[in-house]
Write a new protein. Structure first.
Length: 100
């Protein structure tokens, strides 16, 4: 039985606390990991050097031969004529050359 004194709906303060807790959990489990991943990618792109092997978003492996502020020139395969300029954002993975 529902009474008119608000017993069925609960206190507005309790509802605000529940909503705030829900939003906090949503941020913690969804937004925070995404921001950490963005920071990791920015760090990876800032540490790129000439000679590093990269994987592009299209799945091609290549070697960086030149770096500018927003772009890189990547050489693909053994053919020295296959050099393609691309944005740094198109690089998903960077591997440093091994010191052998």
């Amino acid at each position: 039985m529902i009474t008119m004194n608000g017993a069925a709906g609960g206190s507005p303060i309790v509802m605000l606390v529940v909503y705030a807790a829900f939003i906090g959990l949503l941020w913690f489990f969804m937004m925070r990991p995404q921001k950490k991943e963005q920071k990791r990618i920015q760090l990876m792109l800032s540490q790129m050097e000439v000679g590093d092997t990269v994987l592009t978003t299209s799945g091609f492996y290549g070697v960086i031969i030149d770096i500018s502020e927003d772009d890189v020139i990547v050489e693909f395969g053994n053919n020295k004529n296959c050099r393609i300029p691309m944005q740094k954002a198109a690089i998903t993975q960077v591997e440093k050359p091994s010191a052998e």
